[in-house]
Design a protein around this ligand. Structure first.
Ligand SMILES: Nc1ncnc2c1ncn2[C@@H]1O[C@H](COP(=O)(O)OP(=O)(O)OP(=O)(O)O)[C@@H](O)[C@H]1O
Ligand SMILES: [Mg+2]
Length: 217
């Protein structure tokens, strides 16, 4: 469960998130929507604990982020997969190593790392590219490596920031099917996007942000 109580986050005196209250149940699948600058990325970063609110409280599975130390936060983050809007792949590591690293840091056994990394790269359609380096890939391929890296550790919470921004419509649908299957296995999924197509034909909850708060529909 993700809970935000009266969250404020300012940058240079301007609010990016403004008195935001939000509850996302364990196992829910939600979209965070809204125009550029609405605060979608900031909201995901606050949930991940990589941005710290100026005021308010954030609870992840009952744990108050403002009351835990760095090592406990690192431990909590191991259970959260984050797909960054700008990918953040390591340019000197291969596709395989970029994904495998996510398992190495959580102390997974070597033979499991190999198996899970291969399986996940296959799931995102990149089995053939495991030896390539990020800069040898197209934008859509890099995006899928970023997705693989976030899901390989089977996180309890998946935070995805515009995860299909570089994908064509067919790949977008494939990735949505993948997210739905991860969700069906119990993961809480939060997708930030302004891609209407992604949200078409779904009854999933949409959280419409504007100027850092939820607008009433
Ligand atoms: N590190 C930062 N320093 C200064 N301002 C920031 C920073 N991060 C975000 N902002 C500002 O906070 C506001 C919300 O930004 P945010 O990146 O959360 O928007 P977004 O909804 O993700 O937009 P987009 O759809 O373009 O990704 C914007 O006005 C942005 O300029
Ligand atoms: Mg953003």
């Amino acid at each position: 469960m993700i809970q935000l109580f009266h969250i404020n986050k300012n940058f240079g005196g301007k609010p990016a998130i403004l008195d935001l209250n939000l509850k996302i149940r364990a196992g829910e699948f939600v979209f965070v929507t809204g125009p550029s600058g609405a605060g979608k990325t900031t909201l995901l970063r606050l949930i991940f604990g990589s941005d710290i609110p100026d005021s308010g409280q954030i609870l992840i599975n009952g744990i108050n982020l403002s009351r835990i130390n760095r090592s406990k936060l690192t431990f909590l983050r191991r259970k959260i997969g984050f797909i960054f809007q700008d990918f953040r792949l390591l340019p000197k590591k291969t596709v395989f190593d970029n994904v495998a690293l996510a398992l190495e840091v959580v102390g997974e056994r070597a033979n499991n790392i190999k198996k899970s990394t291969r399986q996940t790269l296959k799931l995102v359609g990149l089995a053939e590219k495991e030896k390539a380096f990020p800069l040898q890939l197209s934008g859509g391929e890099q995006q899928r490596v970023a997705i693989a890296r976030a899901i390989v550790k089977k996180p309890l919470i998946l935070l995805a920031d515009e995860p299909t921004g570089n994908l064509d419509p067919i790949l977008t649908q494939d990735i949505m099917v993948l997210f739905r299957s991860i969700h069906l296995k119990g993961t809480t999924v939060v997708i930030a996007t302004h891609n209407q197509e992604l949200m078409n034909n779904t009854a999933l909850r949409k959280i419409p942000l504007q100027k850092g708060n939820i607008i009433d529909c």
